[in-house]
Write a protein that binds this ligand. Structure first.
Ligand code: RAT
Ligand code: ZN
Length: 415
């Protein structure tokens, strides 16, 4: 290692360790949502990423697993993925990182002891501990008004915790219209299955009402690999005739998460989704047709990453974020972050956690921060060796942009 690199690495590491992170996509909830907020060892062990991994070691019918209690499932996952095999996968490694970070000793392999530790905590104190340990300024939730348990909380209101912000998630509206329109009707919106002008107007009213209720940072949907615009299917029509105009009028960006192949193995339930390559033309079409609209973009397929970065170079109304789901592995985060930085500088958000369990904020950020710091160190070293002089302040500034600053600046821009 040359001297410059060592020095730079220290400064970058400190800036990355100190930064207060904006986590712009998670599945955790604030305390108003009670049991919807998952936390602790048994929720960590029964994370759907680990369910997919454990089933590879057995030939038991899937139903047998689903019939087990959470504790039984978690015992099985611990025994299989941690004791009978070493926890070297990214999702298993994450559990080890959490244990160590909250002051437990992973070398003890003491599942019952870990359970006692979590049982001794209140959820309030644990939220404080996790946000402090992970250095999170705020986390954006995923809030789906079609989920009855979530809807109830919104209708009741209550004081929001500033560490949690909302995102209006609208998958059912876009990908399950033949069911969702019935719900809208039930809630007092005069819609019909046929997508008429009147129905679009009512969908817009529905979206505007929920934006007023939730004050979301953005609207979002997970879209399949075959998602295509322009097109005369329901998804495309609702996006162009309802989401896009409301997104513009309310100045709430539309986050498209493209490439999830839902229930590729239905027996695995939530753990059964897969990935497929999507069509970048769709992204470019929307950004070009609606230059005054803002789009947050993440794509699930590794094969889409390079062209997504190119699209973002061409369209400033696209903000690229995160290494999503199957991409959130150190080797892939490294590659994608380099690719993005080489073409976008610091005008993107390298990572979001996608945490489903509160504690995962700790490991997902701990692991990604190391990789992002390495990439930054290499890039700074290259320019320093060519004579560019960097200050610590500038490094801090860039790091803040990457961990949420650029995202917030994008939200404020008016194209
Ligand atoms: O990463 C995940 O946990 C997935 O199951 C999905 O929730 C995905 O992140 C999504 O937001 O659809
Ligand atoms: Zn997610």
């Amino acid at each position: 290692m040359n001297v410059k690199k060592e020095e730079i690495s220290k400064v970058v590491k400190k800036a990355v360790d100190d930064v207060q992170i904006i986590d712009l996509h998670t599945h955790i909830f604030d305390l108003r949502f009670k049991d919807l907020l998952l936390w602790g060892i048994d929720d960590l062990l029964t994370y759907h990423y680990l369910i997919a991994e454990v089933m590879r070691f057995y030939d038991m019918p899937y139903d047998e697993f689903w019939k087990m209690t959470k504790t039984e499932q978690s015992n099985l996952i611990w025994k299989t993925l941690f004791i009978e095999n070493s926890p070297v996968s990214e999702a298993t490694r994450g559990v080890i990182t959490v244990l160590k970070s909250v002051g437990l000793d992973p070398s003890k392999r003491d599942l019952e002891g870990y359970r006692r530790f979590f049982a001794s905590k209140t959820v309030e104190e644990y939220v404080d501990l996790v946000f402090k340990t992970a250095h999170i300024k705020y986390a954006v939730m995923t809030n789906d008004p079609f989920v009855e348990d979530e809807r109830k909380v919104w209708l009741k209101g209550g004081k929001p915790d500033p560490r949690f912000k909302s995102a209006l998630r609208i998958d059912p509206l876009l990908v399950k219209w033949p069911n969702s329109y019935l719900k809208l009707k039930e809630w007092g919106y005069d819609v019909e299955e046929k997508l008429t002008e009147k129905t679009f107007a009512q969908i817009k009213r529905f979206l505007a009402d929920w934006i007023d209720k939730m004050n979301p940072v953005y609207m979002a949907a997970s879209l399949p690999p075959e998602f295509k615009t322009p097109s005369d299917n329901e998804t495309a029509l609702i996006i162009e005739n309802a989401i896009i105009p409301v997104s513009y009028e309310k100045n709430v960006p539309f986050a498209m998460m493209i490439g999830a192949k839902k229930l590729s193995n239905p027996q695995l339930k939530l753990a059964g989704d897969s990935v497929g390559k999507a069509d970048i033309n769709t992204v470019e079409y929307l950004a070009r047709m609606y230059p005054h609209n803002k789009f947050l973009l993440t794509m699930l397929s590794r094969e889409n990453q390079h062209e997504l970065v190119v699209a973002a170079r061409k369209f400033r109304n696209i903000h690229v974020f995160g290494c999503w789901w199957f991409l959130n592995n150190p080797s892939v985060v490294d590659e994608i972050t380099r690719e993005r930085m080489e073409m976008l500088g610091v005008s993107f958000t390298p990572q979001h956690s996608d945490a489903r369990v509160l504690d995962q904020l700790i490991y997902k950020w701990n692991h990604s921060k190391k990789v992002i710091a390495d990439v930054l160190t290499d890039k700074y070293t290259d320019i320093a060796n060519d004579g560019w002089a960097l200050t610590e302040e500038e490094i801090k500034r860039d790091v803040e942009k990457l961990f949420g600053g650029e995202f917030e600046a994008f939200l404020k821009r008016k194209f």
